[in-house]
Design a protein around this ligand. Structure first.
Ligand code: ADP
Length: 463
């Protein structure tokens, strides 16, 4: 009989392979698999702050033996972040009952069309998925955003089968039914709360590492410099190393600098503040400094915090005139950054496409003294980015993401995002005119290769 603690294996959480995002899969290395005595497709219990279940699949041999790869939803369901340790146990499947009924509440962004597809296909697409109330799950081909499991019959861990009735309820139901099960939307809370509605504190998550394509090495560096100090400040203190207070991401626009900053904030549950260089430059005398002080003050109050300073070169261009606004603002920023205590709980990420245009004083010791280049993606990177942006899309069989990646030399992430949305728009524009046909199409929409050709003709590469 499995399920006792003696069977548990401790594994360190890593982000999922991009292809696994939204699938409820846990990839586990061979040694741990043998220790657990599970086979591909078996259910495992993952215990962090919370407990969840996932289907086990083998990890690539290049993954360390002590790691487990799970996606953002599963991490949220287990109440863990990348780098945390979870206890993994085999789930005695005889204790998982088939669900008679599962009630899901859709993401707030859902369209009527997506809802119809969800109602029709959810049971099929989620077949064999272990779930429990309070968790978030994504339905492939329906929406990029997660649904929340509001209720199951019977309760506890259940598996969706071909006979399960999956009901999609109005978003209103989630506020009362979802309980405390879901993680708060943390990152971007300050900027996104403006849209504020009753569901903003539920399973809505910001971008996760799986939403970033083609920047694995860069992301690894970012994580080492930012995620570690923010998530384990004590470790830095004990080892007597100074965590960085500033990191510079440089590279052309649209390559994912903002995305990375938001994802790290989201993954470590840090708050997120943004400052736009051009915007701060446009303030009246004195106002910009005041605003900078306020942002840093808020950052300290809500620590851990990532302050994202976009187009930082615009405050730190040509020097000379001592009375110049640039010098005043740079001076204020230097003071604020030097004043950050060495506990690493506030980190400033500066973004620029002109690293040489940054005031040298800003790049010296203790300020933005680490730099990471975020370049234009190569073919592999483009393929990964396209995979991210077509993940929730019903693609026709004739669409080859590989071919599109090959044909899009010079396209950055933002361009590829535009290609995917343009293709979807083309599909909508070219829907059948006849009302019945259109209704049928709406129920089962497809984005075809021709739609991508239309999109490729309209999006220009930035690089
Ligand atoms: P930057 O800050 O470098 O100017 P952003 O991070 O704002 O670029 O990118 C804009 C949008 O383009 C993102 O929200 C995302 O949709 C898409 N994008 C950019 N880079 C990537 C990437 N590497 N992977 C996936 N999407 C990307």
């Amino acid at each position: 009989m499995s399920g006792s603690d003696a069977d548990a294996v401790g594994l360190s959480v890593r982000a999922a392979e991009k292809r696994d995002a939204g699938r409820g899969v846990a990839r586990i290395p061979e040694r741990a698999r043998r220790e657990l005595g599970v086979l591909s497709g078996d259910t495992v219990v993952i215990e962090g702050e919370k407990t969840t279940v996932a289907k086990m699949w083998p990890a690539d041999p290049s993954v360390p033996e002590t790691a487990i790869q799970i996606d953002g939803d599963t991490r949220a369901n287990a109440g863990v972040h990348v780098g945390d340790t979870v206890a993994v146990r085999p789930k005695d499947t005889s204790t998982i009952q088939e669900a008679r009924r599962v009630t899901l509440s859709p993401p707030p962004s859902i369209t009527d069309g997506e809802r119809q597809v969800a109602e029709r296909d959810a049971a099929k697409k989620l077949r064999n998925r272990p779930v429990r109330a309070g968790e978030q799950i994504r339905i492939e081909g329906v929406s990029q955003n997660p649904f929340t499991v509001v209720d199951t019959t019977p309760g506890g861990d259940v598996r969706i089968s071909s006979t399960t009735t999956v009901r999609i309820v109005g978003p209103d139901a989630r506020a009362s039914a979802a309980g405390d099960g879901s993680r708060e939307a943390s990152s971007g809370a300050s900027s996104e709360s403006a849209e504020g509605d009753s569901v903003s504190a539920e399973g809505t998550t910001g971008p996760t590492y799986e939403d970033i394509g083609g920047l694995d090495e860069e992301l690894e560096q970012v994580r080492e410099m930012i995620e570690l100090p923010l998530s384990e400040p004590e470790l830095f203190r004990r080892l007597g190393v100074e965590p960085p207070s500033g990191v510079l991401l440089y590279g052309p626009p649209g390559t994912g600098k903002t995305l990375i900053a938001r994802a790290v904030a989201n993954e470590v549950d840090a708050s997120f503040e943004t400052i736009s260089g051009p915007e701060i430059m446009s303030k009246y005398k004195g106002e910009s400094e005041e605003q900078l002080r306020e942002v840093f003050e808020r950052a300290r109050e809500n620590a851990p915090t990532i302050i994202f300073f976009d187009e930082i070169d615009s405050i730190a261009g040509a020097r000379g005139d001592d009375e110049g606004a640039e010098n005043r603002i740079v001076g204020q920023l230097l003071t604020l950054m030097d004043g950050l205590d060495a506990r690493g709980e506030v980190i400033v990420i500066g973004a620029t496409n002109r690293v040489d245009a940054i005031d040298p004083a800003l790049r010296r010791g203790g300020r933005f003294d680490r730099e990471i280049q975020i370049g234009v993606p190569d073919e592999t990177g483009r393929r990964e980015i396209l995979e991210v942006h077509t993940r929730g899309m019903p693609l026709a069989d004739d669409v080859s993401v590989d071919t599109i990646a090959r044909r899009t030399h010079g396209f950055v992430g933002a361009d590829l995002d535009a290609v995917a949305s343009e293709a979807a728009m083309a599909a909508i524009r070219e829907r059948p005119a006849d009302a019945d046909d259109r209704e049928e199409w709406n129920r089962d929409p497809k984005v075809t290769r021709a739609h991508f050709d239309t999109a490729l003709a309209s999006v220009e590469p930035s690089a």
